[in-house]
Design a binder for this molecule. Structure first.
Ligand SMILES: Nc1ncnc2c1ncn2[C@@H]1O[C@H](COP(=O)(O)OP(=O)(O)O)[C@@H](O)[C@H]1O
Ligand SMILES: [Mg+2]
Length: 251
């Protein structure tokens, strides 16, 4: 099993979109269901998967507090999901208030996930570098960074890399497994920023660019991934290419 924290402290850079469509695409290609974990109290992934956060019952917050996996997991057909609900806003302070092992609460729950035999697990992180995100990085040991190649993207990337280094210095294995350009317009700025990212992070940078595509924005409001909602769209094409590249790097 390989696990990934899909993280970027900036909101709106396509973390959730990437988790959902990468997972759906992996299922289409391999027939194996990944596990998705919605760690964001905004519940965007949960809703994009067609669930109502008010009705999901137990959430990842219950799971980190010890609720058994079979009470929190939902079968979506193409993936399993540990959802979020609005109560998850309290997870951050609950972790912070722990005396010891604050970075490794989620890691402590990984053996139960491992026992279910998933090939891939994706943690959809909130848009900050708080305790929940750090817990995901420590539990997963691999970080995937969706990056919008705009002003300040490099500064944001440097800060995230600094956080990863700080976790390593605490003796935990964690690495940036990939940087995925998203919301791509093909502008000069996009290309310049991408070149700078390549200079700084070399082999971590994915070759694929996920273009802006209106279908990717529409699909979540129908509770669908892009391969179901608009299989012929550029969005489906780009995520399919991401799946191919991901599996060749990580599979
Ligand atoms: N390639 C894309 N083209 C158009 N809209 C996109 C694309 N990727 C994401 N979006 C939309 O942009 C918004 C932010 O994406 P989201 O995945 O929620 O970001 P994050 O999880 O990083 O906050 C959402 O409304 C989403 O539907
Ligand atoms: Mg999100």
């Amino acid at each position: 099993m390989k696990a990934y924290a899909v993280a970027n402290q900036k909101g709106g850079v396509a973390k959730t979109t990437t988790v959902h469509n990468l997972a759906a695409g992996i299922f289409e290609r391999t027939g194996n269901k990944p596990l998705l974990v919605d760690l964001d109290p905004q519940c965007n992934l949960t809703m994009a998967c067609g669930l109502s956060s008010d009705e999901v019952g137990k959430s990842f917050y219950d799971f980190i507090q010890g609720a058994p996996f079979d009470q929190v997991g939902h079968d979506l057909g193409y993936a399993d999901l540990i959802p979020a609900n609005h109560g998850c806003v309290h997870a951050e302070s609950w972790i912070e208030n722990k005396r010891r092992g604050r970075q490794a609460v989620l890691a402590g729950r990984m053996p139960e996930i491992v026992s279910y035999g998933y090939d891939f697990v994706f943690f959809d992180c909130p848009g900050n570098l708080g305790f929940v995100t750090v817990n995901a990085m420590v539990a997963a040991a691999r970080v995937l960074v969706p990056l919008q190649c705009e002003y300040y993207a490099l500064e944001g990337m440097a800060k995230l890399a600094e956080e990863v280094r700080a976790i390593q210095e605490d003796g935990k294995a964690v690495e940036i497994a990939g940087i995925i350009p998203t919301l791509w317009n093909g502008t000069t700025l996009n290309r310049e920023v991408r070149n700078e990212v390549r200079r700084a992070f070399a082999e971590s940078l994915y070759a694929v660019r996920i273009r802006r595509n209106v279908k990717l924005g529409e699909a979540p409001s129908h509770g669908k991934h892009v391969f179901e909602y608009a299989p012929e769209s550029h969005g489906a094409m780009d995520y399919s290419e991401l799946v191919r590249e991901f599996l060749s790097r990580e599979g």
